[in-house]
Ligand binder design. Structure first.
Ligand SMILES: [Zn+2]
Length: 354
């Protein structure tokens, strides 16, 4: 059971994903689109304008970006002494032990997190969202591995063998092997193959943890979270992860986010960096990565838990945007309605949801 909470207040989720331009866009499209003059409303040309956009993003999302970067720096500093740290070792032919699997999963997420934050900062909010999907799944898998060590080790090696087997069969079927190449990939007995197909999917499409999908995985890990956080975990899956999925996959929301239909004027396309979804891209990277990092610190008892708790409890307010309504009667010296404990003038003044 985790002892502390790494979450921005729950209200940040609707704030982060509430402005649903794709939905409005689809509802307005009652007749087939006519391609008229194509212009781009939020695309900027390479060069000075891109730099100007980055400055604008940095100004507008200064607090969110700083929180994301501070978290990245923190994770790097926490991991720097990793080389000298004890990790349970397995012989090269043994299945990897849970420590190794967990560390590999975290390393992958750490790099993905940096890439997502960088994309969002440069005006690629939707592309950051596509990566953030992987960060949420990486975190969920991390929780499962942490609490199911033996199963993790066993399934990892099964899935790995199956994956290499499938890859070898595809290459073979493609006719990309010559006779001299000989047998390629691991051998799997037919009766074992049927089991593996059932467990990991005929095309290897199921998670290697053996769950049918991410929903089943989340159901499996929710008990490792404090009870009052279950709904937050599920809401993140249902709202934010869903949104990220829609952008990544072949969906109409994904298509709709690529442009705007103008009444009688054709379609405006967004093909370059823009201001779209920056805060969502940043938040949906921060949240799963902060939770993943917290678990890493606990698992390996890194001596930075207190520091991490302090940082995250301070940063969680940076992702909140208050509405004009929420601050209408608030004086500059009053406590900020975001509940950070700071005065309004030192916190959310001038940083409202537009
Ligand atoms: Zn505030």
């Amino acid at each position: 059971m985790r002892s502390n909470i790494i979450v921005p207040s729950a209200s940040v989720i609707p704030v982060c994903v509430g402005r649903n331009r794709p939905k409005q866009f689809i509802e307005k499209a009652s007749s087939p689109p006519t391609i008229g003059p194509i212009a781009d409303n939020d695309h900027v040309n390479p060069g000075d304008e891109v730099a100007a956009l980055e400055v604008l993003i940095r100004e507008h999302y200064e607090h969110e970006i700083e929180a994301c970067e501070e978290l990245a720096d923190f994770s790097e500093n926490a991991l720097t002494p990793w080389g000298g740290r004890t990790i349970k070792k397995a012989a090269i032919d043994d299945p990897p032990v849970a420590d190794e699997i967990f560390a590999l999963g975290f390393a992958r997420s750490a790099k993905t997190y940096k890439a997502a934050v960088r994309l969002a900062k440069q005006g690629f909010g939707e592309q950051a969202a596509m990566l953030n999907r992987s960060l949420f799944e990486g975190m969920a898998v991390g929780f499962w591995v942490h609490h199911n060590e033996e199963e993790a080790s066993e399934r990892f090696i099964q899935a790995y063998t199956y994956d290499r087997y499938q890859q070898a069969r595809s290459v073979e079927q493609a006719g990309w092997l010559s006779d001299e190449d000989g047998p390629y990939g691991p051998e799997i007995a037919p009766e074992d193959l049927a089991d593996l197909e059932k467990q990991f999917g005929k095309y290897g499409e199921r998670p290697w943890t053996g769950h049918a999908n991410i929903r089943e995985l989340v159901a499996d890990i929710e008990d490792y979270w404090p009870e009052d956080e279950h709904s937050l975990l599920w809401n993140f899956l249902r709202v934010v992860h869903r949104d990220n999925n829609q952008l990544l996959h072949a969906t109409v929301s994904g298509l709709a986010s690529a442009g705007n239909r103008m009444d009688g004027e054709g379609i405006y396309l967004s093909i370059g960096p823009s201001l779209a979804r920056i805060e969502k891209g940043l938040f949906a990277a921060y949240w799963p990565f902060a939770n993943h990092l917290d678990l890493l610190v606990k698992r390996f008892e890194l001596p930075v838990q207190e520091e991490l708790d302090e940082m995250v409890s301070r940063q969680q307010y940076e992702f909140r945007r208050l509405t004009a309504d929420e601050v209408k009667d608030v004086g500059r010296n009053d406590p900020c309605p975001c509940e950070s404990g700071k005065k309004f003038k030192k916190c959310h003044e001038g940083r409202l949801l537009v």
